[in-house]
Write a protein that binds this ligand. Sequence first.
Ligand SMILES: [Cu+2]
Length: 165
Amino acid sequence: MWHNRALINRIVALVLALPWFHDRLVLGQTSASTPDAPAIRMDISIKARQFLPSPVSVPVWRPVMLVFHNQDVELHAFVPMRFLEGVPVHVDGNGAPQFGEQGLERVLIPSGGKEEIRFLPTTASQFEYCCDLPGHQMVGKIVVEEEAAEPNIAPGGHTSVETTP
Ligand SMILES: [Cu+2]
């Protein structure tokens, strides 16, 4: 049974790891961001039962890669609570991701472990995530900011800018 569950999780992870342009097709949305726009990398250390730094700020409609480094001697978890519900997420690293019907629910990150979590923020807002292991009481915050200027479009790109409702 356990092996089946692990296999299902692996398959779900693969299915969710689709390119960004497909993500937008799935979500039925358009934007000015390009599929090959470089991801914005944010390194977050987990140390002494804290997520550092927190908050981190990222622009909306740009692929983001959160890289968690567990520098503690104990296991921790990244739990996105609600903010990644229904959002295609690519997870990579030596942690143990758990997916449910709403997508990524939790990633266990071992001591010394590193986990990359990639997604496309589509809403400018503030989101909290946590570690839900007993007694840890760890909360981190991600601020998705409205971009002041036009998103960067590669020279020669044909991406058209459409007004969002
Ligand atoms: Cu923890």
